[in-house]
Design a protein around this ligand. Structure first.
Ligand code: PEP
Ligand code: MN
Length: 362
């Protein structure tokens, strides 16, 4: 249920509505724009709608919307800006286009540091690298675990780039959160609801990947879990879905980008590497994602893809990543965004739209 409050209503009216909803066992979240105030009421049956409609300040009560009430545009019309660091290249959902790059797995110190240096020089904003890997075979490389997390933290100190890594298991959450700036929930865990609830309690941005067989609605339902548990910094990621075609590892669902951008205020990025499964079309998919309105990319880069312990065939060399960044720039500009922050825009001149958008639970 969404309660639209008259713009003229004061704080006392808003608090009165919240108190009434919460006294009935519901939870509230407020969203404000310059013209409107909306209160999302979750955990409350539609039977309460009539009584709430009579409260002072209420303009209308909307019921029967989608289950992803907090993630939906119906509640919060302003795009959410998720910041992974201070540099505007690490912000998702604003006018910039954020690029995350790095190896599928952290395999050792030298390969991580050299990749981090190369992608940083090429203009990437964030470093990725798997420490705990979800592998289809139990005999495949499972990641270096804690050792990889320590190396990622070292690469962050060296380059200044925030690091993105996957939380595979709720038992690793504290350890991963102690080292990483963005917590990745992998495609295979998209509907691991207890893990989603736990990352919802952590104040750290979450990169939520779409499951290979998940509908857009199920992806939004997964995001809703994280939001409902108190974390509003969620970035959605389209990474290819399963289809009948074997020419690519997965099928990049480009349509998901504009559909999600209409349906939700959360930022949407694309992983062309796992969609393609092959390095030769990663650039083409990246350009299509930018043109379709994505807020950023996550790309696998390895210093020697042929020797990679995971996902070598889809990994770009540092050199091809540099080329990708060069051809990406005009496409990003053509859709009215920037890849490198315009030098004349001061960081503090960009409003924190998230704060205006959705307020955390009281
Ligand atoms: C990854 O990013 O390396 C990964 C395992 O991705 P996904 O969960 O999308 O398969
Ligand atoms: Mn991978």
């Amino acid at each position: 249920m969404i309660v639209d409050v008259s713009a003229a209503a004061g704080e006392a009216a808003i608090e009165g509505i919240r108190a009434r909803v919460e006294a009935s066992g519901g939870r509230t979240r407020v969203s404000r724009t310059a013209e409107s105030i909306a209160i999302a009421c979750t955990g409350l049956g539609a039977a309460h709608a009539h009584a709430i409609a009579e409260l002072p300040g209420v303009r209308s009560v909307r019921t029967g919307g989608p289950a992803h009430i907090l993630a939906g545009r119906a509640f919060c019309q302003i795009p959410t800006l998720v910041r992974a660091g201070d540099d505007p290249r690490t912000w998702f959902g604003g006018t910039g286009f954020a690029v995350i790059a790095g190896p599928c797995s952290v395999e050792g110190r030298d390969m991580l540091m050299s990749t981090a240096d190369e992608i940083h020089a090429a203009g990437a904003g964030l470093l990725r690298g798997g420490a705990f890997k979800p592998r289809t075979s139990p005999y495949a490389f499972q990641g270096l675990g804690q050792e990889a997390l320590v190396l990622l933290a070292e690469a962050r100190s060296r380059t200044g780039m925030p690091v993105v890594t996957e939380v595979l298991d709720v038992r690793h959450l504290d350890l991963v959160a102690a080292h990483a700036d963005v917590l990745q929930i992998g495609a295979r865990n998209m509907q691991n609801f207890s893990l989603l609830a736990e990352v919802g309690r952590v104040q750290r941005p979450v990169l939520l990947k779409r499951g290979p067989s998940a509908t857009i609605s199920e992806l939004l339902g997964a995001a809703e879990y994280i939001l409902a548990h108190g974390n509003s910094d969620v970035i959605l990621c389209e990474r290819g879905i399963r289809s009948f075609d074997t020419a690519t590892r997965n099928t990049l669902d480009v349509a998901a980008i504009p559909v999600l951008k209409r349906e939700t205020h959360l930022p949407v990025i694309v992983d062309p590497s796992h969609a393609a499964g092959r390095a030769d079309i990663v650039t083409a998919l990246s350009l299509s994602a930018a043109a379709a309105g994505a807020d950023g990319l996550i790309i696998e880069v390895h210093p020697d893809p042929a020797s990679a312990l995971s996902d070598g065939p889809q990994s770009l060399t540092p050199e091809s990543f540099r080329t990708l960044m060069t051809v990406l720039e005009p496409v990003v500009q053509a859709v009215g965004r920037w890849l490198a922050p315009p030098p004349l825009v001061r960081r503090d001149a960009t409003p924190d739209v998230r704060r205006i958008g959705m307020e955390a639970a009281a």
